[in-house]
Design a protein around this ligand. Sequence first.
Ligand code: SF4
Length: 283
Amino acid sequence: MIIREIESKSILSKTGIPIADYVINPYTGCIHSCIFCYARFMKRFTGHQEDWGKFIDVKVNAPDLIPENTLKYEGKYIFLSSVTDPYLPLEREYRLTRRIIEKLIPLKPVLGILTKSDLILRDLDIIKQFENSEIGFSFSTLDENTRKEVEPAASPIEKRINALKEVHESGIQTYVFISPILPYLTDWKDIIEKTGEYADFFSFENLNIAGTVWSSVKRFLEEKHPDLVQEYKEIYSDNVYWEIVEGKRSFPEPPKFSILEVEEEIKEFCRAESLDCRLYFHH
Ligand code: SF4
């Protein structure tokens, strides 16, 4: 792991992501090393040659870049974080996220935090000081063995659920982000069942294999689920697969998993169960 301390020029960035007005990323890179992480495109922007998950730039001056005495951010949604996890293990030592959100309190934004770590519990005392905040925990699986394979350095599932419960019981708005939905591996109904008591709403996102994500997911499938490699190829390919059998074109069975069908099933389930569900599907 290569850890580098850097000085950043700015820290509050306008964003086009659906829920937020601004994002803050106290770190570049992410030790959680999820095999499906779309943020690995950051390597290109920052010139890192190391594998995703093997480098971290620590923006040591980040808290000093939060402006003071301004109404510009009042009521605006500020989100931590879009291309890293704000509660990486080294946040224990650097306390950048903590010092950043402390400085955000007087700016009166809506604070949004999304994490896979129970370290967030350390900062409940300051998160409670925001009039508006929502804290999300991401889950792609509840199976601890699969979790170790796909999100190797994130908090174990049980710790994450316990943290979600504690945040919820402290009176802060919470949500569960079921992301990504990995075909044949993510049991989204089970996640809802085990976390629903502690979540005010649910968000869903399907797997986005853009850029270099596919090669990372494929490597994982080849090692751990070789039977799924072809299924994933067919789900995520625009090509119609066919082969010549006895001199004729033969079309294999289409994959059982359909992104469109899953999307509809989630909508129907949420309607039937009267759950507040927000879907962010890539097509
Ligand atoms: S926690 Fe988020 S940012 Fe970090 S590797 Fe996983 S998906 Fe990427």
